[in-house]
Design a protein around this ligand. Structure first.
Ligand code: 5GP
Length: 117
């Protein structure tokens, strides 16, 4: 059986490609989105590639999901005014392009244009 190609986020975790990393611990990495849709646009990503989307993560490791939310809240406080939109795109038709679960943290002067992405 062939090994699946690593996602872009696995490559960022492995330091195979660069990213503007704003937080890291044993379980999670967070970095700036390369195509920001808000003044502050961060991606909070579990290091494991086990879960493709939020439902898989919620079922498989709810503590890790809670940790992602806590990191998102902390970063929005540090990098903005502590108010934010937290988005998990799930499925291609919903705008998901990277099938390694991740939270978008959008903060600072949000308008309707950042609602649907
Ligand atoms: P999705 O569309 O799956 O919800 O979100 C994937 C996000 O990853 C997009 O907002 C896209 O801009 C971001 N992205 C894709 N490739 C890279 C990259 O190489 N570096 C960074 N920092 N973000 C990326």
């Amino acid at each position: 059986m062939s090994t699946p190609e690593p996602t872009i986020f696995e490559r960022i975790v492995a330091r195979d490609i660069p990213a503007d990393i704003v937080f890291e611990n044993d379980d999670i990495i967070a970095f700036r989105d390369i195509a920001p849709k808000a003044p502050v646009h961060l991606l909070v990503v579990p290091k494991t590639s086990e879960f493709a989307n939020i439902a898989e993560l919620a079922n498989g490791d709810p503590d890790l999901l809670a940790e992602i939310v806590a990191v998102a809240d902390k970063l929005a406080t540090e990098q903005s005014n502590g108010e934010y939109r937290l988005i998990f795109n799930s499925g291609e038709s919903a705008g998901q392009t990277v099938f390694h679960v991740h939270a978008h943290v959008l903060s600072g002067s949000l308008d309707e244009s950042s609602l649907g992405r």
